[in-house]
Design a protein around this ligand. Sequence first.
Ligand SMILES: N[C@@H](CCC(=O)N[C@@H](CS)C(=O)NCC(=O)O)C(=O)O
Length: 243
Amino acid sequence: MSIELWTAPTPNGWKTSIMLEELIEQGVQLPDIQVNTVNLLQGEQFSDVYEKINPNQKIPALKHNNVCLMESCAILQYLAEAFPSSLMPEGDDRWDVLQWVYWQAANLGPVFGNKLSYTRYLINETSELQREHPLERFSKEAQRLLTVFNKQLEGKKFITGELFTIADIAVFPWVRAWKWCKIDITYHENVVRWFESVSLRPGVQRGVAYGAPKGEEQQWSKKTKKRYASSGAVIASNESTEN
Ligand SMILES: N[C@@H](CCC(=O)N[C@@H](CS)C(=O)NCC(=O)O)C(=O)O
């Protein structure tokens, strides 16, 4: 049965598209993939039809056989187990990978996301004074997480060692947004080295191209960034929520 993916061009969405493209790179025979782009600005995530697919009303979501899933990291784990490859090792190494996937879901993703909201999106809704505390809190915590991540990468090619796994896929799209979030990664040498090598992977490059405007697959234009900032403001302030 085909795989159906609901996504949008955002870090959580790109985790799943990178995963599909990396499985293809690994030579895994995937069924047909149907990609549905959810227009977050128009509030399609809040429709009754989509709520049945993802009760949390966010992207991404995935259907395959009898499984319907929300949460990008659950989707990574599902795909890794449904289509075995080196992206998810077996035995005890599996736990090393999973703890970093959970670390991303519970720490890096939410902290980078919150920093982004107060840096780019919630500008008109909040005063500088109101933003001061969350900006300080999320900047500091982002730097602490990058220090943890930098230590983990010491002497390793990828997060858990020599193999590129779903842990790298989970973390990459948020680190990729470092300039957009205004979170400086450049003090963290291992993070920069890891980021540069992951960016060059063909599967990753195709994965982050999902939903990107033509010709802007690897680098968005100023115009797209501006459009994205105003869409982000609407979504972050929940203006598109009806009640
Ligand atoms: N923890 C969730 C987060 C999903 C999430 O926040 N998705 C964002 C896009 S990156 C979204 O759909 N936002 C729309 C909204 O908040 O209305 C996951 O990893 O899947």
